[in-house]
Design a protein around this ligand. Structure first.
Ligand SMILES: [Fe+2]
Ligand SMILES: [Fe+2]
Length: 503
């Protein structure tokens, strides 16, 4: 068993101003506790100034355990990264412990609050993950968050390449990602990866009037990863993740539903719209796949003008299966929102064979940034509660988890709160379609699947234009990605789901 104290965001200021009551409280707790080592995930100082680093190196010496310290965006202000190396230690590195390793990587960008593990650092991280692939416990530690967090206001400063990093960590079977930055303690399970955010240890800038806290991580010998969020008030929140045992999945019973999910057809007369591919897809859907439902996750047209909507309508009228279309940001440019309603109608809840499809509109006028809003989130939570007995599928345009190969700038401005609404409400499946690439991960109990671009040449998918074929069984969701030109398929994800529900 390995026990780790995870502290973060101490924001130590210069000697005169700094009052580290919470810091001393937590450090005493850490020193008394039976910890093997301590991880500090950055923002050690407040402005990266010399006097702050001098104070910080004194304060950090109070910790009587081996200590791994990662730089945060505040530490690199005023070219503080040179002082970080001088007063604290290397910006990137590896700490080995019994059965495991912590690989820490500097995600800061000088003078910005945003994060990035780009270029050389990404390759370095990949090389280290390969080097230590035999370790039972692989921990990656960085300052910036990887998946959107609740209660942080506007979603921003997630790693620019969060999708690539998430993909990398999942491929290398990393057990734990630890970070700080947003001053909100949170623990999510993403597939087999535990994403552990520390709150802030000694900064006054907490959210929602919260108090200072740190996280206690326990790595059990049987592979379980346990995280306790320990607040200075003494209350504790505990989460435990049992690792997924690799085994061959065989679905129980007959297939209950087959869904075709597509996005970004971007019908237009621009050269990037690949008309023949979309025609091919419509034919394949009608003649071969014969799904129970076709979902289009938005950006049906490239611009919200009548001529494009007319053509889009012609295309989708040809699909024989029932359809659910939610608007994307392209659809509601210009007069698009009115046209969308005229041609496709207000997206409505569809109930069929024990499934409930809940559309959510996230697109706004003239911006790729989406929002669900606090009222929208509350309505969504109510619907998930109302339809708890059925298999709930939430359908919206904007991606909620970061997508590989795209620059993540918080495309859904309240992604953190929406993600909490979905996971807390135990949505059975979430379908999104922004970012031009396909990706699927299960967060907590909810598989979240993003569709790539079906017929738009400007995409980010090495597999090409594609759509998803989703098959639901009583205890399993299987998602195949179908290449839109050749019809070849590949497995995008296979997830055990909580059954049985009564179809
Ligand atoms: Fe911070
Ligand atoms: Fe930060």
């Amino acid at each position: 068993m390995i026990r780790i104290a995870h502290i973060s965001d101490t924001h130590i200021t210069g000697e005169s101003a700094y009052k580290g009551y919470a810091y001393d409280l937590i450090v005493n707790d850490v020193n008394r506790g039976n910890f093997d080592f301590v991880i500090h995930t950055g923002d050690v100082t407040n402005q990266g100034l010399r006097e702050e680093y001098e104070r910080a190196s004194y304060e950090l010496k109070k910790i009587q355990k081996p200590l791994v310290v990662i730089p945060g965006n505040h530490d690199v202000r005023n070219v503080g990264y040179t002082l970080f190396e001088k007063f604290i230690g290397p910006l990137n590195g590896v700490y080995e412990f019994k059965d495991g390793v912590v690989i820490w990587v500097d995600s800061t960008i000088p003078d910005l609050s945003d994060g990035r593990i780009g270029g050389h650092k990404f390759r370095w991280l990949k090389a280290k993950l390969e080097e230590y692939s035999d370790r039972k416990f692989k921990i990656v530690a960085s300052h910036h968050h990887l998946v959107p967090l609740p209660d942080t206001g506007r979603e921003r400063n997630v790693l620019y390449n969060a999708g690539d990093v998430l993909d990398l960590l999942l491929r290398h079977e990393v057990n734990l990602y630890t970070c700080g930055h947003k001053h909100v303690p949170n623990v999510y399970r993403v597939e087999d990866l535990v994403v552990d955010n520390a709150g802030c240890t000694s900064c006054r800038k907490t959210r929602k009037g919260d108090v200072n806290s740190y996280n206690v991580i326990t790595l059990h010998d049987d592979g379980r990863v346990e995280v306790r969020i320990r607040r200075v008030t003494g209350d504790e929140l505990r989460k435990e993740h049992q690792p997924i045992k690799p085994k061959i999945f065989v679905p129980t019973g007959k297939r209950l539903l087959r869904i075709v999910q597509m996005s970004e057809s971007n019908i237009s007369d621009r050269i990037y719209f690949r008309r023949k591919i979309l025609e091919n897809v419509v034919r394949t859907i009608n003649e071969k796949l014969k799904p129970d439902l076709v979902i289009h996750n938005g950006d049906v047209v490239d611009m919200g003008i009548e001529r494009y909507y007319e053509r889009a309508y012609e295309f989708y009228e040809r699909i024989k299966a029932p359809k659910l279309v939610v608007p994307g940001h392209n659809d509601i440019t210009y007069l698009g929102y009115d046209l969308f309603l005229e041609y496709f109608g207000e997206p409505e809840i569809i109930e069929t064979r024990g499934f409930t499809f809940i559309p959510v509109i996230s697109a706004q006028y003239e911006t790729p940034i989406g929002v669900v809003g606090r009222i929208g989130q509350r309505k969504l939570a109510e619907r998930l509660e109302d339809y708890r007995e059925s298999f709930t599928v939430v359908v919206l345009h904007h991606n909620i988890v970061p997508i590989p190969r795209s620059r993540e700038v918080g495309f859904l401005e309240d992604a953190g709160d929406v993600l909490r609404t979905l996971t807390a409400g135990e949505a059975n499946l979430v379908l999104t379609g922004h970012g031009g690439n396909s990706f699927g991960v299960k967060v907590e109990k909810t598989p979240i699947v993003n569709a790539g671009a079906v017929s738009w040449e400007l995409h980010r998918n090495p597999f090409g234009n594609s759509f998803n074929l989703i098959e639901v069984y009583r205890d399993m969701v299987v998602v195949f990605e179908v290449q839109a030109t050749w019809g070849s398929g590949r497995l995008l994800g296979i997830w055990k789901i909580k059954g049985p529900f009564s179809p």
